[in-house]
Write a protein that binds this ligand. Structure first.
Ligand code: SF4
Length: 148
C-alpha cells in the first residue's frame, strides 16, 4: 500500500477548501493501491483554514521542538498550530503502519506533506529546502516519500 495526500485524489481538504487532483495519485487510488491521508485534518484543523508555514526551520526541526508551525489570518494575526501539525503527522504515520505502507506520495511544498521544498516561513511565497512535518516523520520512520 502507498500513502497519498488526500488532496491529490480530489478531496477538498486544502486550507482554501480546494483539492489538487493528480493523475498518478488518482490512478493508484482507483486501483485500490493507495490510502489517502490529510495530516492537517487528522490533526484537527478545519477546512477551510488559514494558510500555515513552518517558521524557524523544517519539519524535522518541528519534531525536535526547534521550530514552530504558524498560521496567519487575513489581518496578519498569527496562531501557533504546531501541536496540531505534530498530532496529524503521528496519525498519518499510524495509518501508514496500519496498512504496512512503505511509500508515500505527498503534495509538494505543504508544511505537512512537502518533501524537499517547503515555504520558508515568511509568508511571501518563497521556498526553502526542507520537508513538511508529516513527510519528515514518515521519512524518519523509514518510509520512502516523494512529492507530486
Ligand atoms: S497537502 Fe497534505 S495536509 Fe495539505 S491538504 Fe493536502 S493532504 Fe492535507
Amino acid at each position: 500500500m502507498i500513502i497519498v495526500s488526500s488532496c491529490l485524489i480530489g478531496e477538498k481538504c486544502r486550507y482554501d477548501g480546494r483539492s489538487q487532483p493528480n493523475e498518478e495519485a488518482l490512478r493508484l487510488y482507483n486501483m485500490g493501491a493507495a490510502i489517502p491521508v490529510c495530516p492537517e485534518c487528522l490533526g484537527g484543523l478545519s477546512v477551510p483554514r488559514h494558510a500555515a508555514e513552518i517558521v524557524g526551520g523544517s519539519g524535522e526541526d518541528v519534531l525536535l521542538g526547534c521550530a514552530r508551525v504558524i498560521c496567519r489570518d487575513e489581518n496578519g494575526k498569527a496562531e501557533d498550530v504546531t501541536n496540531k501539525f505534530i498530532l496529524g503527522a503521528y496519525r498519518a504515520l499510524a495509518a501508514a503502519e496500519k496498512y504496512s505502507a512503505c511509500e508515500a506520495i505527498l503534495k509538494a511544498k505543504s508544511p505537512s506533506c512537502g518533501c524537499g521544498l517547503i515555504y520558508d516561513g515568511s509568508f511571501s511565497g518563497k521556498l526553502r529546502e526542507g520537508n513538511g512535518v508529516a513527510a519528515a516523520l514518515l521519512l524518519k520512520k523509514g518510509i520512502s516519500v516523494r512529492s507530486l
